[in-house]
Write a protein that binds this ligand. Structure first.
Ligand SMILES: Cc1cc2nc3c(=O)[nH]c(=O)nc-3n(C[C@H](O)[C@H](O)[C@H](O)COP(=O)(O)O)c2cc1C
Length: 321
């Protein structure tokens, strides 16, 4: 089969995507890339949708340095929620108004109200001048943020996750995804709670809490002591979690991620039930990563006789496609 003939289009809830690849939040700064490439990159943005780094109501400094290091088959980061706050975020977004892809705004906070406030601020800005911005198609709630004062991530608690989802749902009619944390014994109760509270789909997984030592001092290497592990090291666990959620909640669109470096990695997530897939760490290998992975996905579908990428969805699951 000719790879060029493979139909890569997918439908993520109400959103039509040209192909299944999006960037994973926090791993691709299109505003900065566009600034450095004088805007050329915006029109040719290779991902089917743009997911920026998580934005919070107010600016955050993030964690103390060092914040990133390499690990065997992966990387660990403790960037924290560093971001300029929603007002500056919207200014940045207006500089990529030429983007022809939908934007899915990643939202964070430390309390239910903060999530809803960010969504409302974006909705208000769009209401006042949608033409100043690219097409904001929806939101992804990053529930890996700690709940203050408790300190545990919101996403480890089904009830808190439902609360945050419900508040955001009330603030927007656009696509609403909830991005699950893998740092739980069983991800399914949280997944179910998010969907019952109004999420249109789920993204999974965020990074795994992990630790790296400075080998000479035997002290924690990262300024924050612990960080989040990503990359190929987490792929088998992420695949298991995507498959579990796909089987528990058939019909709910999933964005799968964790260690996707090649086309066949992406296809594996689709086989486990994902509708779309997000590329994270691979973005740090170079700007050509998304095109390479997309071409790979096309070739891997063709080699297996999948005329449509959707034909591969769920083939790894017990119940089949
Ligand atoms: C440097 C870095 C920053 C990240 N920042 C965010 C973020 O702001 N919000 C979020 O939801 N996930 C964030 N993530 C997690 C990724 O979006 C993704 O869930 C995770 O890295 C797994 O995908 P990967 O193995 O392909 O990197 C970040 C990951 C990395 C490596």
């Amino acid at each position: 089969m000719n790879p060029a003939a493979v139909d890569l289009r997918v439908r993520l809830g109400r959103l039509e995507l040209e192909h299944p690849l999006v960037d994973a939040s926090g791993t691709f700064d299109l505003v900065e890339t566009a600034r450095r490439s004088r805007g050329d990159y915006v029109a040719a943005f290779p991902y089917a949708a743009y997911v920026p780094k998580t934005v919070t109501l107010d600016a955050r400094e993030g964690g103390p340095p060092p914040r990133v290091t390499e690990t065997p088959c992966g990387m660990i980061n403790a960037i924290g929620l560093e971001n300029p706050g929603v007002a500056a975020f919207l200014e940045g977004l207006s500089t990529i108004v030429g983007l022809r892809r939908p934007v899915i705004v990643s939202v964070g906070g430390n309390a239910t109200q903060e999530y809803a406030d960010v969504v409302r601020r974006v909705e208000t800005a769009l209401g006042e001048g949608a033409r100043r911005f690219p097409d904001v198609a929806g939101y992804e709630l990053n529930v890996s943020c700690p709940n203050v004062p408790g300190g545990l991530a919101i996403g480890v608690d089904p009830q808190l996750t439902a609360e945050v989802t419900r508040a955001a749902r009330a603030a927007t009619g656009r696509l609403l995804l909830v991005k699950l944390t893998p740092n739980v014994t069983d991800v399914r109760p949280v997944a179910r709670a998010a969907v019952e509270a109004g999420a249109d789909g789920l993204s999974l997984v965020n990074t795994f809490r992990a630790m790296v030592l400075d080998r000479s001092s035997l002290r924690p290497f990262l300024g924050n002591s612990t960080g989040g592990l990503s990359g190929p090291a987490i792929k088998p666990i992420a695949l298991r979690m995507v498959a579990e959620v796909a089987e528990a909640l058939p019909g709910v669109p999933l964005v799968g991620m964790g260690g996707i470096m090649t086309g066949v990695d992406a296809l594996e997530f689709i086989a486990c039930g994902a509708t779309a897939v997000a590329v994270g760490m691979a973005n740090f290998t170079g700007l050509e990563a998304p095109r390479r992975i997309l071409d790979g996905l096309r070739a891997e579908c063709a080699a297996r006789g999948f005329a449509r990428v959707t034909d591969a969805r769920g083939v790894a699951l017990a119940r089949g496609a």
